[in-house]
Design a protein around this ligand. Structure first.
Ligand code: 3PG
Length: 307
């Protein structure tokens, strides 16, 4: 019987596990569950005799891939796959996939939760400000960016986007204005919502230069990856400008410094939780299980992300 390991340091909602199990059982596969594991060794041991793996932000390093001697496919139940060593997968003949779009709404909703929390001063009873009429700049218009635009329009916000990889017309048909350079996006937006992936080109790319262009009272909202921020630049801007805020679902390495020095100007979640809803877990988890069955049974490589 083929074994599929679900390895999640941050567990799925129970209903998602039920859904994954039902897909796998129907295909005649066995589900092996490893949640909240404490070490790489534990992950390697669990991966050692499985044909397929489902992970979230769990680190699928070369060491892990090589320890999984029978592995044919690994699916990141989610969008970003910067946590998978794709070259190691390719070298070992392992197919790597993601499940794009499945958790986008959850992430987009969290963007608004953090903005509202910030605008209402952490719900501390004092008078805050509204989102209506303000401009949100969507930095990268993929699945999450599109959901952010849809919700922003409901709040009566103005939307503007920058994404050199998406056809301008596809963005404009959603009622979103497109800017041709990233600097303009930061200059025009009280809120910039980040949706760029973490890769060689984007790592450390959001720093002092762009952040100092934010208008008065501007805020950067990060539900993407902490690696895309140049933290020294972020700290410098927050020091130079008392009006700039940082709202992040992925706490920076300089979290303690921000907390100590910039009270009331940041929002950090307890743990990365953009995709942490039952709906997102069910959608992404079941999609991952279906993709594994379709690949093993029929060779379906849709959503493969490695060569
Ligand atoms: C993603 O890339 O899909 C999101 O960042 C969600 O990540 P998570 O599954 O670790 O919550």
């Amino acid at each position: 019987m083929k074994k599929v390991l679900v390895a999640t340091e941050k567990p799925f909602a129970p209903a998602a596990i039920d859904g994954i199990k039902s897909v796998l059982t129907k295909a005649g596969y066995e589900l092996v569950l490893l949640e909240r594991y404490g070490s790489v060794e534990e992950l390697k041991k669990a991966a050692s005799d499985v044909e397929a793996m489902i992970i979230r932000s769990d680190k699928a390093t070369r060491e892990v891939i090589e320890a999984a001697g029978r592995l044919k496919i690994i699916v990141r139940a989610g969008a970003g796959y910067d946590n998978i060593d794709l070259q190691a997968c390719t070298d070992r003949g392992v197919v790597a996939m993601n499940t794009p779009g499945q958790n986008s709404n959850a992430v987009a909703e969290l963007v608004f939760a953090m903005m509202l929390y910030a605008q209402r001063n952490g719900f501390d009873g004092t008078s805050g400000t509204e989102l209506r009429g303000r401009t949100i700049g969507i930095h990268a218009y993929g699945n999450v960016g599109r959901e952010v635009a849809r919700i922003a329009h409901g709040f009566g916000m103005k939307t503007v986007a920058f994404d050199p990889f998406v056809d301008k017309k596809d963005i404009e048909k959603d009622g979103v204005r497109v800017v041709d350079d990233v600097e303009q996006l930061y200059r025009e937006s009280q809120f910039v919502s980040l949706h760029i992936p973490a890769n060689e080109k984007t790592r450390g790319s959001i720093g002092h230069g762009l952040l100092s262009m934010l208008p008065e009272g501007g805020a950067l909202v990060n539900t993407a990856r902490k690696e895309v921020i140049d933290e020294a630049g972020l700290l410098k801007v927050m020091e130079e400008r008392a009006d700039v805020r940082y709202l992040s679902d992925v706490a920076p390495d300089c979290r303690e410094q921000i907390e100590a020095r910039f009270a009331g100007r940041y929002v950090f979640t307890a743990k990365k939780m953009g995709a942490q809803t039952a709906e997102a877990n069910i959608n992404a988890g079941i999609a991952a299980a279906n993709q594994i069955v379709a690949f093993i049974e029929d060779g379906d490589r849709t959503f493969q992300v490695n060569e």
